[in-house]
Design a protein. Sequence first.
Length: 94
Amino acid sequence: MITGNSVPHSGGSDLKLNLRIHDDDIIIGTWAEKTSKELHYHGSINLIIEASGTLLQDKWLGFDRRRTINAGPWTFTFQERDLSDQAKQKYAIL
């Protein structure tokens, strides 16, 4: 299981990911977001691991405020291995 959390920022939203690798080059899982307005969204995500191993991309699926199902692209690009607070601060939106 791979878990991920967004880097805190002044907007106040929070994103959590629960993922697992499937068939060596596919990642499947779920996402949940709490927005700055305390709205909660969740859904599923499917990603393809590119050959370089530094790019994950494909689609998310989830509900909007009207409970309509939406989908869209999602891309994750590897930045660095350092997980220190100093490294995380480089990516925080203040």
